[in-house]
Design a protein around this ligand. Structure first.
Ligand code: SF4
Length: 380
């Protein structure tokens, strides 16, 4: 990705000399920043939010990129921006419209926070997305990393950034045998990132280059060191430790949740209920569902719905993994139509949604797949 050369002149730094890098004194932070900028000018990927940078577009991309793969964000960002081209558009939208536009990206809490941030931007910044770290960090859902990324990339502020990619690159450069979730190691990376942003002639570009290197070359498995602009200065490479650093994270144990879902259909549509706003898939729509920490018998599920066992027919079982949970869906066909299905004991809002209106309702991805299959069945 070619870009106009940076304005300020760079102090020349001989490779791997003269640095006070804490772990590996051979590293020169300035040389690293300069090398990364040159590499990024040549090799940086063309991404939709890079071609026409705006503070709002950058903020949206950073919200999306938290915990979602880049390929998905590339797909979703242009559509989301077409619907909500400014904070005012998002702030004045119904929450359900924002949730629907976010569908496929997961972690819906982020879009609620982004909408709250848009409201604050309208209320307190006259609708203009702020570009300083301090103002950005005052917005809901914006932490040190997101504020630093937007402020440095859009406004050139000398703000450090540390995400999972940056942690991996710094730990390998310094030959630090720690895991990427080690608190002390992460703090050490923030210290390196601060020095990196201080000496770079163009902190936004070098920050972005650092993340890009971690995402494309210094990858978690099999880093492509022969293509790396920093290979001469990398302690992990010199000591043949690239596969061993970072150390493995402690594996979080996923809790298992059981969801028993009843499909009640008619020629008109499908019965859906809206989940409560908090928790997993908050405010999203689903066919009537009973949730439990343990597996329930069909008779128990039927009773929870106010049906008899004979009115529920086993259809499918689907296992869906989120970061913290293993969700086991047990899907049933209900013989009751939406108009005669017993009312929700949980008092969740319910309605029969016409088949053609289903795409406008935000559903979790496992249920979207299920409902799409149902719609196809009906057409055959
Ligand atoms: S030389 Fe290899 S391990 Fe070191 S920073 Fe580059 S890609 Fe990562």
């Amino acid at each position: 990705m070619k870009r106009a050369s940076s304005r300020q002149s760079d102090a020349e730094h001989a490779p791997c000399k003269g640095s006070s890098y804490e772990i590996n004194s051979q590293l020169s932070v300035g040389w690293i920043a300069k090398s990364l900028i040159s590499w990024f000018d040549e090799r940086g990927r063309e991404l939709p939010w890079r071609s026409d940078r705006t503070p709002w577009g950058s903020l949206v991309s950073e919200f999306m990129l938290q915990q979602t793969q880049l390929a998905r964000v590339v797909d979703h960002w242009p559509r989301f921006m077409a619907k909500f081209p400014s904070p005012r558009h998002l702030a004045s939208s119904e929450e359900s419209r924002a949730l629907s536009a976010w569908e496929g990206l997961g972690y819906y809490r982020r879009v609620r926070l982004l909408r709250n941030a848009a409201m604050m931007i309208v209320r307190e910044h006259s609708g203009a997305t702020p570009t300083s770290v301090s103002a950005l960090q005052g917005l809901p859902g914006v932490g040190r990393y997101t504020a630093g990324a937007v402020a440095s990339i859009v406004a050139g502020e000398r703000a450090p950034i540390v995400d999972a990619n940056v942690v991996r690159v710094f730990l390998r450069l310094g030959g630090v045998s720690r895991s990427a979730d080690d608190r002390l190691a992460v703090q050490w990376c923030w210290n390196q990132a601060e020095r990196f942003a201080e000496v770079s002639r163009s902190p936004g570009v070098s920050n972005e280059a650092l993340m890009e290197l971690g995402g494309t070359v210094c990858t978690r498995r099999s880093p492509n060191c022969s293509a790396c602009p920093l290979q001469k200065c990398c302690k992990a490479r010199a000591e043949d430790m690239t596969e061993a650093i970072p150390l493995p994270k402690r594996r979080a144990v996923r809790s298992r949740v059981y969801m028993f879902t009843a499909l009640s259909v008619s020629s008109r549509g499908l019965l859906l209920e809206q989940r409560s706003p908090s928790g997993l898939w908050g405010s999203m729509w689903q066919p009537p569902t009973v949730e439990s920490a343990k597996k329930l018998s069909r008779a128990s599920v039927a009773k929870a719905f106010g049906l008899s066992s004979a009115e529920l027919h086993v259809r499918d079982r689907v296992l869906f993994q989120t970061t913290h949970r293993a969700v086991e869906f047990h899907i049933f066909d209900a013989s009751r139509s939406p108009s005669s299905f017993p009312k929700s004991a949980m008092k969740l809002p319910r309605k029969c949604v016409r088949w053609k209106d289903l795409p406008a309702h935000a559903l979790s991805s496992p249920l979207r797949t299920l409902v799409a299959g149902l719609a196809i069945e009906r057409e055959q």
